[in-house]
Write a protein that binds this ligand. Sequence first.
Ligand SMILES: [Zn+2]
Length: 437
Amino acid sequence: MRQNVQLVLAGRWLVSMDGGVREEAGISVAVAGDGIAEIGPNLAVKYPQAELLTCPHGLIMPGLVNVHTHAAMSCFRGLADDLPLMDWLTQHIFPREAQLTKEIVYQSTLLSLCEMIKSGTTSCNDMYLFTKEAARAAAAAGMRAWIGEGFFDFPSPCYGDIENGFAYAEELFSDCEGSELINITVNPHAVYTCSPALLQRAAALAERKNSLLHIHLSETRDEVKGCVERYGCTPVRHLEQLGLLNERVVAAHCVMLDEEEIALLARRGVKIAHCPESNMKLASGIAPVQKMLKSGVTVGIGTDGSASNNDVDMFGEMSTAAKLHKVRDLDPTAMSAESVLRAATLGGAAVLGVADKIGSIAVGKKADMIMLDMRQPHLCPLHNPASQLVYAAKGSDVLHSVINGRVVMRDRRLTTLDEVAVLAEMEKIGKIVRQMR
Ligand SMILES: [Zn+2]
């Protein structure tokens, strides 16, 4: 394997998430094929034929894992802000989503993928509409992606009636079968948009396909209230009564949970996508992440879509996550920088069931890595890398990015996507979206 090293990353710090931090001039990670082959000093000398990504003050770390996105919602960024979730959804988002097209979804997903790569994300878990287009965009970008078509009781602009939705999902599964980077998931939108029958049918599909089941859960007080009125119990208990809580489930938000529900989610092995900025912007509340972690629940971090964030920068999300729980509990020891960094890397990998493949830098794991340039006014001096990454670094500090052994950004230039062309297309799409009524 070592003879086949085709790429070497060399910097000054290595934050592996799997054995601490190393500071050493020329600390390197060698890549053979899609995997990490060797870690050590000055590997570029040992492998002179390999492509070199270097920075004298570079910090090499695992790529970030964004466990809840709606990438194509970048077309709605800043269009309707400062509104309650239900007004925002029913008056602004759902009417415009009803007019979406394949092309808008493709281009808007590409835009988010440009932004993700430029801010250090190497894996995302995306739920949306027209997801064959999202899969096409992710393949073009070289992103590691989990993708699923949103299911609702009402007709979708993509597939019309839900019967066709299941046919569409089946096609998506077969289109992406054997893909190294694209994983298909099953995505019932939420308990307030999906009947019990639809939820159960979706769960059966996930079971049959051995895939993740990605759903919004207990996001707001209104969702809980509505569920109690309709079904006589909270959303988490509703899913439990339907027999749907298990280790396949990736539940986004989980803001409104009581102690018993946290214990239940832990027992059932449900994974959580914590989306603090979206929850803050829509005034949904603060998810009890500390309690979840203490109960043994696996938690990753997600940005949610750009319409409710309004970006997909995981560095910003980490900084928010670390501060939000401190202010909630009036406890500065809540959610340390280390624990947040873990949630955004290995935690996210565990949410997606691939902690053995990604989320840390170790020989034999997939080569999903980023390098930041730490010789900058806001990152100097470097006493504690985890603190610097969570509290001071920004997505724009990422210099190089590698996904599955492939260089997707070199010196902040995307290698797989034409950023200028994507931005030009989005100008046009922005006009179309503004004109939608
Ligand atoms: Zn969402």
